[in-house]
Design a protein around this ligand. Structure first.
Ligand code: C2E
Ligand code: MG
Ligand code: MG
Ligand code: MG
Length: 288
């Protein structure tokens, strides 16, 4: 019967799939204790003013130093953490650690304009936890000014956000915390809708910048010239609605030049820096 049912059997016993499932299970069951054991770390990636290359802020990006699997990037575990709810605990740890770090950078660099920290917030943190109280507590505890905290939410977290989520966004914004829409352009939200929410920053998804017009000299792979037109229109519209715009995944100088010409405010990407450890950011700030 093995022959006639070859395909189904393969699916059932595929060792790679099985290993994958076991990894998922084992990761999922160790998420909660891992938060308590302190197995997570934050890297930070500079958010750079396109005009002059100055560092305005940093985005905190979580990594898991797993005892068996090594250093795991968030794509491996954030989805699981959302599923099993441990994202609430992990998210609180990320917020506290990032705010404490931002305050420390401010104290280390007196007389310089302080850099803000931008923290990713999962849908479930907005819906299932008391995000507003957590943020208020953490800001008080770390003595970080609310203006130095930015929260990144995806479109799906704010879409149709009547009731509780909208109230949360409003309270955070009233507190002085900035709200950014992450990966903008990948979902179905529109600017007209977003402009009615207390949102002040759009982070254009990396796919737009990747599609910028081909530059043979810079060795760029050509994708879609229409993206540049779309980004230009989005930036203009966003500015007229009082939003600032950050571009993700800026990898080449020609992409940065185009974004600057278009009037995009901030850029983030490998051209400036990969996500790095906090001591590298300290060195960068001390030098700049
Ligand atoms: P994101 O918030 O859109 O973060 C940007 C991602 O793009 C990061 O991946 C970053 O390393 C990567 N990146 C930055 N510059 C470039 C570039 O020039 N080229 C390319 N190809 N990639 C670039 P990372 O660190 O693997 O994070 C992936 C996602 O995981 C994040 O996407 C965010 O959605 C999520 N995430 C990270 N940290 C947290 C967290 O603390 N909480 C939650 N809820 N989600 C997080
Ligand atoms: Mg982000
Ligand atoms: Mg993003
Ligand atoms: Mg992204």
């Amino acid at each position: 019967w093995a022959k006639s049912d070859g395909k189904a059997r393969w699916t059932l016993f595929d060792p790679e799939r099985n290993a994958h499932r076991m990894t998922r299970q084992s990761l999922s069951s160790s998420l909660r204790p891992a938060v308590e054991r302190g197995e997570f770390v934050l890297d930070y990636q500079p958010l750079v003013r396109l005009e002059d290359g100055g560092v305005r802020g940093v985005e905190a990006l979580v990594r898991w130093q797993h005892p068996h699997f090594g250093l795991l990037t968030p794509n491996r575990f954030i989805g699981l953490a959302e599923e099993d709810g441990s994202i609430v605990q992990l998210g609180r740890w990320v917020l506290r650690t990032a705010c404490r770090q931002a305050r420390q950078w401010q104290l280390e660099n007196p007389g310089r304009p302080p850099v803000f920290v931008s923290v990713n917030v999962a849908v479930r943190q907005v819906w299932d936890s008391d995000l507003v109280a957590d943020v208020a507590d953490i800001l008080a505890e770390t003595e970080l000014a609310p203006e130095l905290l930015q929260l990144e939410l995806t479109e799906s977290a704010v879409m149709g956000s009547a009731g509780r989520p909208l109230q949360a966004l409003q309270s955070l914004s009233d507190m002085g915390v900035r709200i950014a829409i992450d990966d903008f352009g990948t979902g179905y939200s529109n600017l007209a809708y977003l402009s009615r929410l207390p949102v002040s920053v759009l982070k254009l998804d990396g796919s737009f910048v990747r599609g910028f017009q081909y530059d043979a000299e810079a060795g760029e792979a050509h994708i879609n010239p229409a993206d540049e037109v779309i980004v230009e229109a989005l930036v203009q519209l966003a500015h007229r609605l009082g939003l600032t715009v950050t571009a993700e995944c800026v990898e080449t100088t020609s992409q940065a030049a185009r974004l600057r010409r278009i009037g995009c405010d901030t850029g983030q990407g490998w051209l400036y820096s990969r996500p790095v450890t906090p001591d590298r950011i300290s060195a960068l700030l001390a030098a700049g």
